[in-house]
Design a protein around this ligand. Structure first.
Ligand code: NDP
Length: 294
């Protein structure tokens, strides 16, 4: 049976490290890393995410600035707020919660964020830096997956990595990160032929599809490490439940290690947002020597 990768415990440990570094930074330089969140509209899930982000930001000793705008807010007004935050020295990270209302061009808003403060790693400049292997801010969920993989396997060099899913926020940055770690990377998607056969070649299998338990147990190579990014709400025997993109119990019979859902990748995302905010604060003040190693 596979060992279970405890993302919740790993994330808690990471937050504690960030908290210690934040306290030290404040004490020695009087700089307190600050994260600004911007929420537009009434989407209930977004409200829950942003509330959690703000709570965890404060818990590690960072400054938290929250801006809530109504659903009718114009794109100009949102861009003006982003511009203000870009010029606010107390703000080191800016997160505009997606999705934005339909009348707003999300790409224009993301690209208006100062790339040095783009702690979500979605700005085109940070995406480009990741693609060419330059240091920059990296999308939080794939960064969290990489931390779990490195903790599990150490050196990833030469491993066959298969990522199922090619989204801009998970699949593509995950592929770029694993390529940087010298993996042999395959990206699979909805047009991939013989997906089961492709998955069976993976020493590292990352599932980011958004389809409940699609990855079958016998698609997992014996001894592989499986990272399940999927978060799917399903109803089982009348009860709402969260499941991943991988058939967990069947895959656990083949894998060496696997992330559960919930409690695997999920908790890593906010922890990595705080990690990025700390790193951004160090970079903005020319204190690269204080940055945390991956
Ligand atoms: P997207 O919907 O943007 O992308 C899904 C990808 O899966 C697409 O590339 C799509 O291929 C591919 N796909 C869909 N169906 C199949 C199929 N039958 N066979 C092979 N590939 C398929 O999703 P996201 O990347 O945003 O998210 C993926 C999952 O991860 C979701 O469950 C989401 O909730 C979760 N998630 C979790 C996070 C966390 O914090 N843990 C953060 C972000 C996402 P194609 O491109 O060809 O359409």
């Amino acid at each position: 049976m596979a060992s279970i990768i405890d993302g919740k415990a790993f994330a808690q440990n990471l937050r504690e490290k960030i908290s210690r570094r934040t306290t030290q930074l404040k004490k020695e330089t009087d700089i307190q890393p600050g994260l600004a969140t911007v929420l537009v509209g009434e989407d209930p899930a977004s409200h829950v995410y942003v509330r959690n982000k703000n709570r965890q930001t404060k818990a590690v000793g960072m400054a938290s600035f929250h801006h809530e705008l109504d659903a009718q807010t114009s794109q100009e007004a949102l861009l003006a707020l982003v511009n203000d935050l870009n010029h606010d020295d107390a703000v080191h990270g800016i997160l505009v919660q997606l999705p934005l209302p339909e009348h707003i061009d999300s790409i224009a808003v993301i690209n208006a964020i100062d790339p040095a403060k783009d702690v979500d790693g979605f700005h085109i400049l940070n995406v480009g830096k990741l693609a060419i292997g330059e240091p920059g801010l990296v999308s939080c969920t794939p960064l969290g997956c990489l931390m779990l993989l490195k903790d599990q396997l150490g050196d990833l060099s030469g491993k066959n990595a298969v990522i199922v899913g090619r989204s801009n926020i998970v699949g593509k940055p995950m592929a770029a990160l694993l390529l940087q770690q010298h993996c042999t990377v395959t990206i699979a998607h909805s047009r991939t032929q013989d997906l089961a056969g492709v998955c069976r070649r993976a020493d590292i299998l990352v599932a980011a599809v958004g389809r409940p338990e699609m990855i079958q147990g016998d698609w997992v190579k014996p001894g592989a490490v499986v990272i399940d990014v999927g978060i799917n709400r399903v109803e089982i025997e009348g009860k709402a439940k969260l499941v991943g993109d991988v058939d967990f119990s069947a895959a656990a019979e083949h894998a060496a290690a696997i992330t559960p859902v919930p409690g695997g990748v999920g908790p890593m995302t906010i922890a990595c947002l705080l990690y990025n905010t700390y790193q951004a604060a160090c970079m903005q003040h020319g204190m690269e020597d204080r940055m945390m190693a991956l």
